[in-house]
Design a protein around this ligand. Structure first.
Ligand code: FAQ
Length: 322
């Protein structure tokens, strides 16, 4: 008698999930989803949210020292946008069943990752230009495909985030353009900032495809649409003409146009540096977490006051209803 292999048969829920993914449609919070899909999204969206929040620090450092009122207003708006991005993303992650408090604790206890890029210092005003041009530029390249991520709340959050990131990138480009049209000292400052941010911005796309444990499954689930190396390559191709327009050199002597592949090919990335930064040993890792922890502790009274107000309001409402 033939035996029925029940374990090998996907459940009706799993089949429905697979159909939605195969149709390139969207999974919504109340839909059934495999635990591994849920965990992968919490991991990526949580890390992304933390990156936006920690990412406020390198630029927040320059708000009081911006060279003019106009520059200060623009920088404040940009840093505030990053806070907003963090909040949309935490909200998207919350729809998967994790609380904001849990995510915050994972971050401040050093258990959650955030982007390697925010562990570098910002010693000069030109760093604001280099962050906008290179870091926001890399973020857009990476994030535009995420607008089509299979998980609805993530994809929808990314649409607004990408619109704002485009403005951020243009403001960074414009800061560098103004410096490049200024004095020799200003041009040197701009070039120095680009020299320091170029390689770390390439590392933002993650390890090379061969060393990226999450990519294959993420792409099969339509969370990621392109591999780390594909997006990094697209970014380099985007930067070359922009660097020419700025009159800035990209600090890679091996960068050249390859006739065969019809794309720009650069030198080897220092992956040792990347893994050191991921391991907590970048120039600013300790300071970034210290500042985040302190901000969380300083904000305790606001959270307590809001909770107390909510409690009083609920008591009042239930008395009125009685
Ligand atoms: N830094 O298997 P993969 C911004 C980790 S937002 C730190 O390739 P995956 C806006 C990775 O998490 C910038 N960790 O991983 C702004 C994984 O660790 P796990 C943030 C990294 O997920 C601008 C392990 O290495 N953007 O800039 C990094 O398939 C200016 C193995 O890697 C996002 O988060 C890294 N660079 O691909 C704000 C975008 N790369 O969890 C302020 C969404 C990799 O297994 C100012 N995220 N890791 O322990 C993604 O697209 C993906 O998660 C990747 C990584 C591409 C970052």
């Amino acid at each position: 008698m033939a035996t029925l292999d029940v374990a090998a048969e996907p459940s009706a829920e799993q089949r429905r999930f697979d159909e939605i993914i195969a149709a390139d449609s969207r999974i919504e919070p109340r839909d059934w989803m495999p635990d591994a899909y849920r965990r992968a999204l919490i991991r990526q969206i949580g890390q992304h949210a933390h990156s936006e929040i920690i990412g406020m620090q390198p630029e927040g450092n320059w708000i009081t020292r911006a060279p003019s009122l106009k520059r200060k207003a623009i920088l404040m708006a940009k840093v505030q946008d990053e806070a907003g991005h963090g909040l949309y993303l935490y909200s998207a992650a919350q729809t998967l069943g994790i609380t904001r408090d849990e995510m915050t604790m994972q971050l401040i206890e050093g258990k959650a990752k955030y982007s390697s890029i925010f562990n570098y210092p910002t010693p000069t005003w030109a760093d604001m230009g280099a962050i906008g041009w290179l870091v926001d530029g890399a973020a857009i390249c990476n994030q535009v495909p995420l607008c089509r991520a299979s998980y609805g709340p993530y994809g929808r959050a990314m649409i607004r985030i990408c619109k704002e990131e485009s403005f951020h990138q243009r403001q960074g480009f414009e800061i560098l353009l103004a410096l490049m049209q200024g004095s020799d000292a200003q041009r040197e400052m701009a070039q120095d900032a680009v020299n320091r941010w170029y390689w770390p911005s390439l590392m933002m796309f993650g390890p090379p495809d061969g060393d990226s444990p999450n990519s294959a499954q993420s792409m099969a689930w339509n969370i990621k649409r392109f591999s780390n190396d594909e997006l990094r390559q697209r970014f380099i191709g985007m930067l070359v003409p922009q660097a020419e327009a700025l009159g800035i050199a990209l600090p890679d002597p091996e960068l050249h146009f390859d006739e065969k592949t019809q794309q720009y090919v650069g030198g080897e990335i220092d992956w040792t540096e990347f893994f050191e930064v991921l391991g907590g040993n970048g120039p600013m890792n300790v300071e970034r977490l210290r500042a985040r922890r302190e901000a969380h502790e300083d904000g305790a009274w606001v959270r307590e006051a809001a909770a107390e107000y909510a409690r009083k309001k609920a008591t009042r409402n239930s008395k009125e209803a009685a």
